[in-house]
Write a protein that binds this ligand. Structure first.
Ligand SMILES: [Cu+2]
Length: 179
């Protein structure tokens, strides 16, 4: 019996290596952004990953208070404290108005509001709809893009940024920031 063992082991080894290569192909690129607050302190990490089933944004951040906050992808990958205006307007390659509840909307960079509970943590994984990362209209063009969290909730309709107030957290997405 013993001499037949290799015949059973070989197919198992072969299927293991097939599984590994399938898994590697699922995540082709992950872009990481360190998030900063207006005072320059570190507020968490956001990643954008291109997978076979879409482009995903994941976020693990510490808000200044409990509450609901507007969040968008902005057009320029530059986060200069304290006001983060360097991140430019919302990422909007189709030249639309702001907000999914706006008949003239929405921006490609519009995102759902995020919530922080008593622990002030914001954690989410979100599938970005209609988001293209590369190419002339891609988020990761020459100047990159930014994730910005605002001090107030976005009303999803008021142009240009949903009355969401000041920019309080900002992180840069650039193609070079791969992990
Ligand atoms: Cu914004």
């Amino acid at each position: 019996m013993r001499k037949y063992l290799p015949i059973f082991i070989l197919p198992i080894l072969a299927s293991c290596s097939t599984l590994q290569s399938t898994k590697a192909a699922e995540t082709s690129e992950v872009i990481t952004a360190d998030l900063a607050r207006a005072d320059g302190s570190w507020a968490g990490v956001a990643t954008i990953s291109q997978r076979r089933d879409g482009v995903f944004l994941s976020l693990s951040a510490q808000a200044p208070t409990a509450g609901t906050f507007g969040m968008h992808l902005h057009a320029v990958g530059k986060c200069e404290a304290p006001d983060f205006t360097s991140a430019g307007p919302h990422w909007n390659p189709d030249m639309k108005q702001h907000g999914h509840d706006n008949p003239m909307g929405a921006h490609d960079g519009d995102l759902p509001n995020v919530n922080a509970g008593a622990d002030m943590k914001i954690t989410l994984e979100y599938k970005l709809k209609d988001v293209v990362l590369t190419g002339p209209n891609g988020l990761l063009d020459a100047d990159g893009g930014a994730l910005v969290i605002h001090e107030k909730a976005d009303d999803y309709k008021t142009d240009p940024s949903g009355n969401s107030g000041k920019r309080i957290i900002c992180g840069v997405f650039k193609s070079g920031n791969s992990s």
